[in-house]
Write a protein that binds this ligand. Structure first.
Ligand SMILES: [Fe+2]
Length: 111
C-alpha cells in the first residue's frame, strides 16, 4: 500500500517477465517516488532533487538502450516506434530538469 497518494507502486500488472527489465523498472519507480517525496518535503533540497533527476536521466538512457537492444534482438515489429517514444521521454526528462533547475545546475557545475 502506498504511503502517499502520488506514490507509484510496483504490481504484477507492470511485470514484463524479464527479470532485468523488471528490476530496472522497479528502480525507476523508487527514483520517481524519491523525487516526488523530496518535492513534497518542505525543505525541497535542490541538491537532492537535481541528483535524483540526474540519476533518472542517466538510468533512463541506459534502460532505453537496453530495451531497444532487446527489441531488435527479438525482431519486435514496432521497435522503431518504441525507440521514438523513448527519445521523446528522454527529451521530456532533460527539459523538465533544465527548466526547473538550470540556475542551480549552472552554479554547481552539474551536467
Ligand atoms: Fe522500460
Amino acid at each position: 500500500m502506498a504511503n502517499f497518494p502520488w506514490e507509484i507502486e510496483w504490481s504484477d500488472a507492470l511485470c514484463m517477465s524479464n527479470p532485468e527489465i523488471d528490476s530496472e523498472h522497479q528502480h525507476f519507480i523508487e527514483l520517481v517516488n524519491d523525487l516526488n517525496g523530496e518535492i513534497m518535503n518542505q525543505r525541497r533540497d535542490k541538491a537532492v532533487i537535481v541528483n535524483i533527476m540526474k540519476l533518472i536521466l542517466e538510468g533512463a538512457i541506459a534502460h532505453f538502450e537496453h530495451e531497444e537492444r532487446l527489441l531488435v534482438e527479438n525482431a519486435y515489429s514496432a521497435a522503431q516506434e518504441h525507440t521514438q517514444v523513448h527519445s521523446g521521454l528522454t527529451s521530456k526528462i532533460k527539459q523538465a530538469s533544465t527548466e526547473r533547475y538550470s540556475e542551480y545546475r549552472a552554479q554547481h557545475s552539474v551536467d
